[in-house]
Write a protein that binds this ligand. Structure first.
Ligand SMILES: *[C@@H]1O[C@H](CO)[C@@H](O)[C@H](O)[C@H]1NC(C)=O
Ligand SMILES: *[C@@H]1O[C@H](CO)[C@@H](O)[C@H](O)[C@H]1NC(C)=O
Length: 822
């Protein structure tokens, strides 16, 4: 207690003492004190000695004392001063409770003589108790949906004091939602009640802490408080609310099923089940969305459950609801838009709009073969397609109208090189990575008759024996044609020409289908040694193409001719007499038998033999030259008429021979005979060529050695005269060369055929003034294939030696001439 209050208290006491005296005087006969409660120990209540009319000494002597009734002795008597003093704390509330008056009776006793006194002490209340609430904290649960005006009784405060010292009023801490109303009960007590002024909002303030204060009417005023915790009970008054009204997402079309796409978030300010949110697709969600997406009802995560396909659907939109678990439940909505992004997952598609046309091999560049369409289900760059023909094909692509391409030829085609193309076409899109499609377009190349028939050889040489049976097949030529079918179907024919006045077609016939050549006639080597046939092969194209080839048919000689005697010629059946002088010495040239053989080569190689003679000792016949000479000098005994039988035999197989009977007349007149002979021989020369020595050698058929010689000659020859088919070598000029028989050579050489023959002409004593023409046409009857040699040797090697010795001479000149064959 502060000093201030103590002073106040003392003043009060003084006031009370004054009243006490007034009271004392007012109550007669009875002593009565009034004291406030809670006086200090030793506080004087009153001078009891005096009030009882006793002296101080007397009370001491007579032992005035208080008879205690209850257990407690609140007062005691100070015998020295005669005063009644407080001996113990007096609590009115304890003694009298809530009763308004509180009297404490007190019995005093005094001895000698014993006497009782009755004293009453009225205990007066002081405000020594503050109002107080039974519970310091109180929880009040109020649902937030409650309407204003509702009252909630609150606990009353207790104050043991009485009268004005007890609870007088209540107050509550400020809160806009609440006010306090104090109700006065009939017994005078007051009870507070809480009035809801405004609807509560848990979401705004879930707890209101109010302080209720009770004050009493004492002086000084005392108060007590209690805390009222108003807990606002949630009601489902909030709708779940999405963070966004529109959610968008862009996802690649090839994300894996199960991948989450989007997380939706809705909030509900309510609590408990009222704030527990369940997500679900809106009621009008399409099947497509339901099939493709799933939403986790608790977390709001939207995930893909299937493989997306941009080409199927590029965009999905749907509503999602968020529902709480309150009652009634509330639902919020949002819209979800999912864009599917294209991935390059579709390879380009290539289709042939038209079936590829077969193309002619001579089609001009740029000929359209097929129309091709490309498509790519992707979009943007992924759908940009490039179409190309793989390298190596003679085709290219040209863009046609929208996404169409024409496949056209880029080069000239050749069916013979490639009759079919499997054109590889590559379509690639511009995606990353790029996708490719390969397509093959099969194009057939149609044949055009653009190839000439081709013979198996540039020319053909065919050898046929003469006297062949007519109708025999001679040879087969064949040609091929690279084209196809009709364009390669060949027909053979012989181009008619005239050789030696004879039409070739009268000799030969060709099988038009297979090119086999047949002879129509028997050949006669002596008439015609070579035929030149032009065979034409023609295909059946349109227009037809043809080629021709030359077939040389060489007729091979057969020994089918008997040597024919040229000299001495039989006039009128018999040979005229050959005259010779009787004076002739041995070795005298009597005559010369000359025969020719129409055959050639061996078949024309004639040897002479004396078979019979009148006198065999007188004449001999040179085997090769046919010279008839005397073996010895003619004697007087010799018959003037001699007869010789000379056989002329060729070297063919079989041998053909003939004989001539030569009558010889031995005369005395010499010169005439010789002159005559010369005259005769000159005459006959003009007609039947030379009266020289003929030797026919078919070099090619005799020996390889001779062939070599011929080649040597040919080379020399050709070097000097290119392009000629025959050449002649002439020694010197007339007058010079003719003096030497060995030097008077003329060679004839066929360079275009296998048969080569050389003709050597020698001037001898019998024909010194004659110049034998060097080159003979093949038609020449007697000069062909003959080797005219001035020597009588039979050794072939010798002949060559002669030739060899002659040729290197500087004065040889070459002249060439074409052998006329027609
Ligand atoms: C050509 O046809 C003829 C007649 O049908 C036949 O005799 C001949 O052998 C054929 N030649 C060839 C080379 O097939
Ligand atoms: C044969 O072919 C040649 C060229 O190869 C040609 O000049 C000639 O005219 C042809 N002859 C015939 C008869 O067709």
């Amino acid at each position: 207690m502060s000093s201030g209050t103590r002073n106040q208290f003392q003043e009060c006491q003084a006031l009370w003492l004054f009243h006490f005296f007034l009271l004392w005087s007012a109550i007669d006969g009875q002593v009565r004190y009034t004291v406030p409660e809670e006086l200090k120990e030793g506080s004087v209540v009153g001078n009891i000695a005096k009030d009882l009319g006793l002296g101080v000494a007397e009370i001491s002597d007579r032992k005035l004392r208080i008879v205690s009734e209850a257990g407690k002795q609140y007062f005691s008597v100070d015998l020295g001063k005669g005063e009644l003093v407080v001996s113990e704390r007096i609590d009115r509330e304890n003694l009298c409770g809530q009763s308004a008056g509180c009297l404490l009776p007190l019995q005093l006793i005094i001895d000698s003589p014993l006497h009782f006194y009755h004293v009453e002490i009225e205990i007066q209340d002081i405000n020594d108790n503050a109002p107080h609430f039974p519970t310091k904290e109180h929880v009040l649960k109020i649902p937030e949906s409650l309407m204003p005006g509702v009252r909630f009784p609150l606990e009353s405060a207790q104050d043991p004091d009485v009268g004005a010292n007890t609870v007088r009023s209540y107050s509550i801490s400020a809160d806009e939602c609440f006010s306090l109303n104090v109700k006065n009960l009939e017994d005078g007590r007051k009870t507070p009640e809480l009035v809801l002024e405004k609807s509560l909002d848990r979401e705004k303030q879930s707890v209101h802490n109010l302080v209720l204060t009770a004050v009493d009417g004492g002086s000084p005023v005392k108060s007590g408080t209690t805390v009222i915790e108003v807990v606002v009970q949630d009601s489902n008054d909030n709708v779940p609310h999405f963070d966004q009204t529109l959610y968008t997402a862009s996802i690649s079309e090839n994300i894996d099923p199960g991948t989450s796409v989007l997380t939706l978030k809705a909030t509900d300010l309510d609590e408990g089940p009222n704030g527990e949110i369940q997500y679900s697709f809106g009621t009008h969600t399409s099947d497509a969305v339901n099939k493709m997406f799933n939403i986790n009802s608790d977390t709001g995560v939207i995930s893909v459950i299937r493989n997306l396909d941009y080409e199927e659907s590029k965009f999905y939109t749907f509503d999602v609801g968020a529902k709480d678990k309150g009652s009634p439940e509330f639902e919020g909505h949002c819209t979800v838009q999912i864009h599917v992004l294209d991935e390059n997952d579709n390879p380009p598609e290539v289709t042939l709009t038209s079936l590829p046309n077969p193309v002619l091999e001579n089609a001009s560049i740029g000929t359209v073969i097929a129309l091709i369409k490309v498509k790519d289900l992707d979009s943007g760059e992924n759908a940009k397609v490039q179409l190309q023909v793989s390298p190596g094909y003679p085709f290219k692509l040209e863009p046609s109208f929208e996404s169409h391409f024409s496949l056209v030829t880029d080069k000239r085609l050749d069916r013979e090189a490639a009759d079919e193309y499997n054109i590889e076409i590559v379509a690639s899109d511009s995606g990353s990575p790029s996708l490719q499609t390969k397509t093959f377009v099969n194009v057939k190349v149609l044949d055009v008759d653009d190839n000439h028939p081709l013979f198996s050889q540039p020319s053909y040489n065919v050898y046929v024996r003469e006297n062949n049976p007519p109708g025999a097949s001679v040879y087969s030529v064949s040609a091929s044609d690279a084209d196809l079918d009709k364009n390669s179907l060949l027909s053979y024919s012989i181009v008619d020409s005239v050789t030696h006045g004879v039409s070739v077609s009268s000799y030969f016939y060709i099988n038009s289908e297979n090119g086999t050549i047949y002879s129509l006639n028997s050949f006669d080597y002596e008439k015609n040694k070579v035929y030149q046939i032009t065979v034409l092969a023609k295909d059946h194209g349109s227009p037809p193409l043809s080629s021709n080839v030359t077939v040389h048919v060489f007729i091979l000689d057969q020994n089918d001719n008997v040597p024919a005697v040229i000299y001495p010629s039989a006039d009128m059946g018999s040979v005229p007499h050959q005259k010779m002088p009787r004076s002739a010495k041995a070795g005298h040239l009597v005559t010369k038998v000359t025969a020719v053989d129409a055959d050639s080569g061996h078949n024309a190689w004639i040897s002479y033999k004396l078979v019979e003679a009148t006198d065999a000792s007188l004449f001999s016949v040179n085997l090769y030259t046919g010279e008839v000479r005397t073996r010895r000098a003619v004697s007087e005994q010799d018959d003037s008429s001699q007869r010789l039988l000379i056989e002329m035999k060729d070297n063919g197989e079989p041998v053909q021979s003939t004989t001539v009977e030569v009558p010889i007349l031995l005369e005395d007149g010499v010169h005439e005979a010789i002159l005559d002979f010369r005259q005769k021989s000159r005459d006959s020369d003009n007609k039947s060529s030379k009266m020289t020595f003929y030797l026919i050698i078919a070099l090619a058929s005799v020996s390889a050695l001779s062939f070599l010689t011929v080649v040597l000659l040919a080379v020399r020859c050709i070097r000097h005269s290119r392009g000629s088919s025959c050449c002649c070598i002439r020694r010197g000029e007339a007058g010079d060369g003719y003096k030497n028989p060995n030097r008077n050579l003329q060679l004839q050489l066929n360079t275009d055929g296998p048969i080569k023959y050389i003709e050597v002409l020698g001037g001898d004593m019998m024909s010194q003034s004659q110049s034998f023409r060097s080159c003979f046409s093949p038609m020449s009857e007697i000069s062909d294939f003959t080797f005219v040699k001035p020597s009588s040797t039979t050794d072939f090697q010798e002949i060559i030696n002669v030739l060899d010795a002659s040729l290197p001479d500087n004065s040889w000149s070459f002249e060439s001439q074409q052998v006329s064959t027609g």
